[in-house]
Design a protein around this ligand. Structure first.
Ligand code: NAD
Length: 438
């Protein structure tokens, strides 16, 4: 199979910039990578580190590790930095987040202590439940954005980097609908100079990164990249973008169970999803405006998978509700319940109950790692704009205009693996397999 993309070798170090450097997801990711580098732990949950990929026919028995097939940056070659509104080092924040035990954190204490955030671009209007003093000053949003560009340039210089990737691991901002100011680059740039209310801090980070040629992936449900202006900038500057909202706990399960119902043509009359969590993310989502952003992202998956327009008898009128309740005693250990009312042959009702006792940041950390390495791969392969092949990692995958997103986890995985095969000039796998029976 002929490939269209030449992949540049991953030379030197790769910079990893995180917005929300001191948050639970970021510090769990950082401490984890540091522990894995020292041989103290395994990168469980990371496709780039532990996943294999089948190549050729089943009779060929070729299934290398993904990291051996494609040239991914090595964990030892990652250099970290980022921004936060909290002026503390990453060890203090990781202890505070309470995700990892002290035995794991203390093994990488020195490295975590050395990581201190740069001053953030922050406005309480967009995240009502937080306040912080470690923030930049500036008259306009354009000034703030310019300061972020300076930060990126000096990080690259200090760390002697050619390449960087930026992942948004910051808090969920209030809900913003796409409107005129997001429509094209010119209007967005004018909007920054005029302090337009519908330009949130996450958009300023995204604009700054894309201007500096740095790939940007969005781990939160914020609008951030989902607008013509950012897509235009990414294409203009040849930068990959991906989003949005890490697919970790309840939605991960939803995008496995819903395709099963659809595959067997079982009807759905209701799906009630409830969560309790007590970390800072839970506290932020306790604000109705931030919750609305998350709710939109969580609700979208069922409609996309079940296609009620094609199957009105099965899926036209189902009731779908998602609740997130802030419950401090649980910390990062989220518990979710799903009650699913389904119906089968001759409309006889049945129920499915799921109770997932997960750990939010433990599920999110390997996603951050995979996105860092795959976004860097995409850039070295000359892939610009929306990276739909990374939908696997997101609750609300970005897609080209006019397309509906694929939410089914296994379609997403097949798409990701076929993209890697394609990049390496390997045959795509269709699972037709008739040749085995000739
Ligand atoms: N953990 C998961 O399973 C999961 C899944 C999907 C999405 N997410 C999203 O990932 C994000 C991070 O989650 P978390 O649990 O680490 O939350 P967290 O509250 O622990 O961390 C967020 C960090 O972002 C910082 N921050 C907020 N606004 C900022 C700004 N403008 N600039 C710089 N820093 C800023 C906060 O100070 C905080 O340290 C959230 O938006 C969350 O909704 C998490």
């Amino acid at each position: 199979m002929q490939r269209l993309h030449e992949i540049q070798k991953p030379k030197g170090k790769l910079g990893v910039l995180l917005v929300g450097l001191n948050g639970a997801v970021s510090t769990t990711f950082l401490a984890g990578v540091m522990a894995v580098r020292k041989g103290l732990a395994q990168p469980i949950g990371s496709l780039t580190q532990m996943g294999h990929i089948r190549l050729g026919k089943r009779t060929e028995h070729r299934s290398p590790l993904i990291k051996d097939l494609v040239d991914l940056a090595k964990l030892d070659d990652l250099a970290f930095g980022g921004w936060d509104i909290r002026n503390e080092n990453c060890y203090e924040s990781a202890v505070h987040a309470g995700v990892l035990h002290r035995e794991h954190l203390d093994a990488v204490k020195k490295e975590l202590q050395a990581l201190q955030p740069m001053k953030a671009v922050f406005d309480r209007f967009y995240v009502k439940r937080l306040q912080g003093s470690h923030v930049k000053k500036g008259k306009t949003k354009f000034d703030w954005m310019e300061k972020l560009r300076e930060d990126i340039r000096s990080f690259k210089e200090q760390q002697e980097l050619d390449r960087c990737v930026l992942i948004w691991c910051g808090s969920t901002e209030v809900f913003i609908s796409m409107n005129g100011v997001h429509k094209n680059l010119k209007r967005f740039e004018e909007g920054m100079k005029k302090n337009h209310t519908d330009i949130a801090p996450s958009m300023l980070y995204a604009y700054a990164a894309l201007k500096e040629g740095v790939p940007f992936a969005n781990g939160a449900p914020n609008l951030t990249l989902d607008m013509p202006a950012m897509i235009e900038l990414a294409k203009e500057n040849n930068v990959p973008i991906a989003g949005k909202d890490f697919k970790t706990g309840q939605t991960l399960v939803k995008t496995v169970i819903a395709p099963m119902l659809k595959a067997r043509l079982l009807g759905l009359s209701g799906w009630f999803s409830s969560n309790i969590l007590g970390n800072r993310d839970g506290e932020v989502l306790d604000d109705p405006d931030s919750f609305k952003t998350k709710e939109e992202s969580k609700l979208s998956v069922l409609e996309g998978i079940l296609q009620p327009e094609l199957y009105p008898d099965l899926y036209k009128d189902y009731y779908h509700k998602v609740r997130i309740n802030y419950y401090p005693p649980r910390g990062d250990n989220k518990e979710s319940w799903d009650n699913i009312d389904i119906f089968g042959w001759l409309s006889y009702p049945m129920q499915v109950k799921i109770n997932f006792l997960c750990r939010d940041s433990i599920l999110a950390a390997p996603i951050v790692l995979d996105l860092v390495l795959f976004m860097d791969l995409a850039q070295r392969a000359g892939m610009k704009g929306i990276q739909e092949w990374l939908s696997f990692y997101f609750k609300s995958p970005m897609v080209a205009k006019g397309l509906y997103p694929e939410h089914d986890l296994f379609i997403q995985l097949m798409k990701l693996k076929n993209t890697l095969r394609y990049l390496k000039g390997e045959e795509l796998i269709t699972h037709l397999g008739l040749e085995y029976y000739d």
